[in-house]
Design a protein around this ligand. Structure first.
Ligand code: 8YV
Length: 327
C-alpha cells in the first residue's frame, strides 16, 4: 500500500498530480493556516508531511507516531526543532537553489523602490499631486555605482550581488560566517567584518537564515553604524532584525529607508509603525512568490518526500540532520 502523507498547504495542481502517483494523501488546500489541533489529528497515520512554516516540535512529533520525514516547500527551515527531530530520527528537507533568482529579483525591486521612493510617489500622483522636476522633496538616491553590502553570502546573496555588480555597476562588499574566495574572485567582492560593512555600504541586504546566533543580528548598535543615506533591506526572516530598533532608527533618520519582505510577527500587525512610514516599502513575504518558482519548489519538495519514503537519501536533507541518514 502506498505511504500516507499530509499536505499542509495549498500547492500547484501539477505537484498534487505527481504526489498522487506515489502516495495516499490528505490535504489542507485553504489559504489560511491550518489549526494545529486539526493538523495533529490528520498526522496520526501519516509517514510524511509537506509544509513550510508549520512548527515541527516535540508536541507535533508526539502526535505523529508514524512520521518519518518533513518536507519544507521553502529554503528556510527555522520551523524545524532539529533536536526534537534528531531525537525521533525524522528527516527534514528543504528546497534551495530553485528560488534564488526569484528572491534576488524581488530584493533588487525593494532596493530600487526605496531608493527612488516608487510606492510613495505612486501614491502621491494617485492623490492628485504633481511637482516641479526641480522639487527636491521628490528626489531619491542613486543605486548605480553605489556600494552594496550583503550580509549572508549564500546562494541568494550571490544572486543579489550578481545583479548589483553586472546590472548596476555596484561595488560589492559582503559579510559571512566564513569568507568565500571563489565568490570574491567571480564578483570582485570584498569581505568585510559586519561593522565595516555597515559603515561602508550604501545598500545593506540582510540574507542570513534565522538561527539562535542570528536572532536580532541587526539591532540598535548596528543601525547606529549605518550611513544616514543608507537603504536597509530584509528578505530573510523578520526576527534577524530587532524591529523596535529599526523603527527607532527610521524615526531618528539614522538611515534613508528600508525595504521589508519579512517581519518579526507575520501577518504583520496593522498597527505596526513601519506601515505608517513613507520611506519604508513593505511586502507580505513574497520573495519566492511567482507561479514558475513555486511550481519548481513544490515539485522539489515532493521529490524529497518520494526519496525519503521510498528508501533513497533525499537530495536536500538539511545539513544538521545528515547524520540521521548515515546512522
Ligand atoms: C517560502 C521562504 O519561499 O523559502 C523560504 O524560506 O521564506 C518562504 O517565503 C514560501 O513560503 C514558499 O513556500
Amino acid at each position: 500500500m502506498l505511504p500516507q502523507i499530509y499536505i499542509a498547504r495549498k500547492i500547484p495542481v501539477e505537484v498534487e498530480n505527481y504526489i498522487a502517483e506515489h502516495f495516499r494523501y490528505k490535504k489542507w488546500d485553504r489559504l489560511e493556516p491550518i489549526p494545529r489541533e486539526y493538523l495533529f489529528e490528520q498526522l496520526a497515520d501519516c509517514e510524511g508531511l509537506l509544509t513550510s512554516g508549520t512548527r515541527i516540535d516535540q508536541e507535533l512529533l508526539e502526535r505523529s507516531p508514524k512520521l518519518k520525514v518533513v518536507s519544507n516547500i521553502s529554503v528556510g527551515y527555522n520551523n524545524f526543532d532539529l533536536e526534537a527531530m534528531r531525537g525521533r530520527k525524522i528527516l527534514g528537507t528543504n528546497t534551495p537553489k530553485v528560488l534564488d533568482d526569484t528572491v534576488a529579483d524581488l530584493i533588487l525591486s525593494l532596493m530600487l523602490s526605496v531608493a527612488r521612493r516608487v510606492p510613495e510617489l505612486d501614491r502621491y500622483v494617485r492623490a492628485g499631486h504633481w511637482s516641479s522636476k526641480d522639487d527636491e522633496n521628490i528626489f531619491g538616491v542613486d543605486v548605480h555605482h553605489k556600494t552594496l553590502g550583503i550580509i549572508g553570502m549564500g546562494n541568494i546573496g550571490q544572486a543579489v550581488a550578481q545583479r548589483g555588480k553586472w546590472g548596476f555597476g555596484m561595488n560589492i562588499l559582503y559579510h559571512n560566517r566564513h569568507p568565500k574566495p571563489d565568490v570574491e574572485q567571480a564578483l570582485d567582492a570584498a569581505y568585510r567584518s559586519k561593522e565595516e560593512l555597515l559603515r561602508e555600504s550604501d545598500f545593506i541586504v540582510l540574507m542570513t537564515p534565522l538561527t539562535p546566533e542570528t536572532r536580532h543580528y541587526i539591532g540598535e548598535r548596528e543601525f547606529a553604524m549605518m550611513k544616514p543615506s543608507a537603504v536597509f533591506i530584509n528578505a530573510s526572516r523578520g526576527a534577524t532584525v530587532d524591529e523596535a530598533a529599526l523603527i527607532n532608527a527610521l524615526r531618528q533618520k539614522q538611515i534613508f529607508g528600508a525595504g521589508l519582505d519579512v517581519f518579526e510577527q507575520e501577518p504583520v500587525d496593522p498597527n505596526n509603525p513601519l506601515l505608517t512610514m513613507d520611506n519604508v516599502v513593505v511586502l507580505p513575504h513574497i520573495g519566492s512568490a511567482t507561479m514558475q518558482t513555486r511550481l519548481k519548489m513544490g515539485m522539489l519538495a515532493a521529490r524529497n518526500l518520494v526519496d525519503a519514503l521510498y528508501g533513497r537519501k533525499p537530495s536536500h536533507l538539511v545539513k544538521e540532520l545528515q547524520e540521521l541518514y548515515e546512522s
